[in-house]
Design a protein around this ligand. Structure first.
Ligand SMILES: NC(=O)c1ccc[n+]([C@@H]2O[C@H](COP(=O)([O-])OP(=O)(O)OC[C@H]3O[C@@H](n4cnc5c(N)ncnc54)[C@H](OP(=O)(O)O)[C@@H]3O)[C@@H](O)[C@H]2O)c1
Length: 351
């Protein structure tokens, strides 16, 4: 611990959508945090979830007419964003990507600490965060950005590899889900869509949290909603001393990574991975862990090949909790924070 806090960290969630509702639950699970409120832009079915959980509901905006609309539809709205920020230590911005700049000005004016998500650019805060890569660099800072689901997934398996090897050169292809399951506005629905910006932003984004890893990426969007898959090639430096088996052992010991034999377990596609996730029992069938197919890992000479699957809606959720502790300076050791976060979430879901 960096310092003893007598009171719980007061956390607000601005944007109670796919990511926001999940971060809210994960924060609610922690005994060192208090969820002081969540925002919605207006009344909708998503408000019912906040009401059911007993999370105070606020309006994303301060205009009285927008706040009044909640009562018109039977919801108790505790005020506007400014009212919420007035009782907050850290705000977790879970708004749609690229709304960050406008919101950042509000957070700075209110004098609260702030975290954005991967839909915002690194330049918005000049900092990025993922637990295993750079928790220490984010201790006690005013604000940062939790990197995207893909960058989080790449970091989970590449950072321990880099830490062992001391250097790493990576090429990867992101096979991306086209839309989240609840998102009816995106495609493709019958096409494979290459991202024609080369390299895609995903690989270089890893370098915002671990600049020492040399990495580039390509990306294609495919008509599926449940997971991303990464096909990764990593060149290890001479003298690394690793074997396929020792790399698998390294990942088995890495927090938030699951290694399973696809053929032996009959988990050979993302459909079965997500079915297993539903069996685990977290809400929404979430899988916070990165899934690595054991039988898809092969070290040939100094070149490592592997596949991993990413549950895009949930791998960043526990990272947000660790990031709150980094910003508040209440836990300097990332592994201690990760263990605390994950244990609390598992208790919350009776796992
Ligand atoms: N979904 C993923 O797979 C995923 C994974 C990792 C990271 N991210 C990143 O996480 C962030 C949120 O994504 P999401 O998928 O959760 O989006 P989402 O499902 O669309 O949720 C965004 C929420 O923010 C609310 N909102 C709209 N305008 C706002 C504003 N100006 N200020 C505050 N809230 C506002 C939305 O409106 P209502 O209140 O009207 O509902 C909605 O509830 C993005 O940066 C995204 O790139 C997403």
């Amino acid at each position: 611990m960096c310092g003893q806090r007598m009171s719980k960290i007061k956390v607000a969630i601005n944007g109670f959508g796919t990511i926001g509702k999940r971060v809210a639950d994960a924060v609610d699970a922690q005994d060192d945090m208090e969820l002081v409120g969540v925002t919605k832009t207006g009344p909708s079915f998503g408000c019912d979830l906040a009401v059911k959980k007993g999370f105070p509901l606020y309006c994303t905006f301060d205009e009285p007419d927008r706040i009044a609309r909640f009562a018109d539809q039977g919801y108790v709205c505790s005020g506007g964003l400014s009212d919420l920020l007035a009782i907050t230590d850290v705000v977790v911005d879970c708004s749609p990507g690229k709304t960050g700049a406008e919101n950042l000005a509000k957070y700075q004016a209110a004098g609260v600490k702030y975290m954005f998500q991967g839909g915002e650019k690194h330049t918005l805060t000049g900092r990025s965060y993922t637990s295993s890569a750079n928790h220490a660099e984010n201790l006690n800072v005013e604000g940062t950005r939790v990197v995207s689901c893909n960058t989080t997934g790449l970091s989970r398996t590449l950072v321990p590899l880099y830490d062992h090897c001391g250097s790493l050169k990576v090429e990867c292809t992101m096979i991306r889900r086209a839309a989240d399951p609840g998102d009816s506005g995106k495609g493709p629905i019958n096409a494979i869509k290459p991202v024609l910006k080369v390299p895609s932003h995903h690989g270089p984004d890893v370098m915002t949290v671990k600049p020492e890893i040399e990495i580039n990426s390509l990306a294609v969007a495919v008509p599926t909603t449940i997971m991303h898959t990464h096909a990764i090639t990593a060149d290890l430096p001479p003298g690394h001393g690793l074997t396929t088996e020792s790399i698998l052992d390294m990942w088995r010991e890495t927090p938030r990574v699951i290694v399973m034999h696809g053929a032996d377990n009959r988990i050979t596609t993302t459909a079965e991975v997500m079915e297993m996730a539903r069996d685990i029992g977290r809400k929404w069938g979430d899988l916070h862990e990165i899934f690595v197919w054991e039988d898809g890992v092969s070290l040939q000479g100094d070149r490592l090949y592997y596949f991993q699957a990413i549950h895009q809606e949930s791998d960043v959720i526990p990272e947000n909790v660790d990031c709150i502790r980094a910003l508040m300076g209440t836990e300097s050791d990332w592994q201690t924070s990760v263990a605390k976060t994950d244990a609390a979430i598992d208790i919350y879901y009776n796992l």
